[in-house]
Design a protein around this ligand. Structure first.
Ligand SMILES: CC(C)(COP(=O)(O)OP(=O)(O)OC[C@H]1O[C@@H](n2cnc3c(N)ncnc32)[C@H](O)[C@@H]1OP(=O)(O)O)[C@@H](O)C(=O)NCCC(=O)NCCS
Length: 179
């Protein structure tokens, strides 16, 4: 069971809670770099600044801990207008109701993958988006088959619109959920 204020994850040794304060955010930003570096090798400066962008300052962040160690994190931004979403152009043909939540920056350390953490962060974020009276959610996951499939299972629709980023081989696909 989880709630936005923070509680025990369904995985016994993991605790999920809201991240807050400079120290939490510092650890979260380091974890993102660590996870993507383990996956992609050396990261370009462009990718690093994209991973740890200015939206960190207004976003909600959740983290999963084993003891004091942060092992996974996820971010959600809430925007009053669709035009404020970073990838707004990908949704311009879709008349999504607002406020809109944006799911992004999900990372899970390889040691704790396949235990449902990503799924838990998704559920937590949907629940918090509802609490905050958001009327839709957007996400632009890597189109690796798996993440889009999981989001489809939660009710997300695909726009069919993809983007490629200079630092990645696999395109990202724009998806949305009407709440
Ligand atoms: C993508 C990523 C976030 C997934 O995290 P995760 O916590 O392993 O995800 P989950 O555990 O919720 O789901 C992963 C798989 O484990 C399975 N799973 C979930 N709970 C499980 C359990 N208790 N036992 C066995 N398998 C389980 C899921 O069904 C899913 O199966 P699938 O890959 O066949 O679809 C993680 O691999 C990651 O950080 N990758 C690098 C960064 C990245 O790609 N971020 C997302 C960008 S869009």
């Amino acid at each position: 069971m989880c709630n936005a204020a923070g509680s025990f994850s369904s995985v016994p040794d993991l605790v999920i809670r809201i991240l807050s304060g400079r120290n939490d955010l510092f650890r979260c930003r380091s974890l993102r770099l660590e996870v993507w570096q383990a996956q992609d090798g050396v990261l370009s400066d462009e990718m690093k600044s994209n991973l740890n962008d200015e939206h960190d300052d207004h976003a909600l962040h959740w983290g999963a801990f084993i003891g004091e160690k942060l092992v996974a994190s996820a971010r959600m931004c809430v925007h009053p207008n669709l035009a404020d979403v970073p990838d707004a152009y990908m949704f311009e043909d879709f008349d999504l109701p607002t406020p809109v939540a944006d799911f992004n920056r999900l990372v899970v350390s390889s040691a704790v993958r396949h235990r449902g953490l990503a799924a838990q962060f998704d559920q937590l974020r949907i629940s918090e988006a509802r609490n905050l009276e958001c009327r839709s959610i957007v996400a632009v996951p890597v189109d690796d088959g798996k993440r889009p499939q999981h989001l489809r299972g939660l009710g997300f629709s695909e726009t069919g619109i993809r983007k490629t980023v200079p630092w990645g081989d696999t395109p990202n696909i724009a998806m949305y959920l009407i709440l």
